[in-house]
Design a protein around this ligand. Structure first.
Ligand code: CU
Length: 159
């Protein structure tokens, strides 16, 4: 079979791009731990105010010293806000939405998940750098979406 030179070049270029994109997926998933939250847990979005956990969202410490933050996202805020967690300790975020799909991204970190009504998204991160971080909603959720920001305060651990 005779394949023209230019066609051959384009075929190799296309194959190269595919390999490059696949490599980027494996690199970010494996090395930088960018993974979709796969925690499948459901919750009734209409009954959040009386839910034992999401009825009173906030920061709690487990007996082993790790931190759990329960968060409810709704138009156009996050609850609690601000969120205060210690540095250098695993922090498990558990979030859900009371209305529509929202995003929850701690800007400048790899903490990033969707808040989906009816589901609990869960992920664990350890913040090494104390400071104030902006939490942004990165899913368009309505007319005031651009105002939907929160604050995360990572405090230096005092021991
Ligand atoms: Cu939003």
């Amino acid at each position: 079979m005779n394949v023209e030179l230019y066609e051959r070049i384009w075929m190799w270029a296309a194959a190269g791009l595919l390999l490059l994109f696949l490599g980027a997926i494996f690199l970010t998933a494996g090395v930088q731990a960018v993974q979709p939250p796969s925690h499948i847990e459901t919750v009734d979005p209409t009954a959040l105010p009386t839910h034992p956990e999401f009825g009173a969202p906030g920061v709690k410490m487990r007996p082993d010293g790790s931190i759990v933050v329960s968060i409810v996202a709704q138009m156009f805020s996050f609850s609690p806000d601000p969120i205060e967690v210690p540095a250098n300790r695993p922090v498990t975020f558990r979030l859900t939405s009371a209305d529509v799909i929202h995003g929850f991204e701690v800007v400048g970190t790899n903490a990033n998940a969707m808040a989906i009504p009816g589901y609990v998204s869960q992920f664990t991160v350890t913040f090494k750098e104390p400071g104030e971080y902006v939490i942004g909603c990165n899913e368009y959720c309505g007319t005031l979406h651009h105002n939907m920001v929160g604050k995360l305060i990572v405090k230096k651990e005092s021991k």
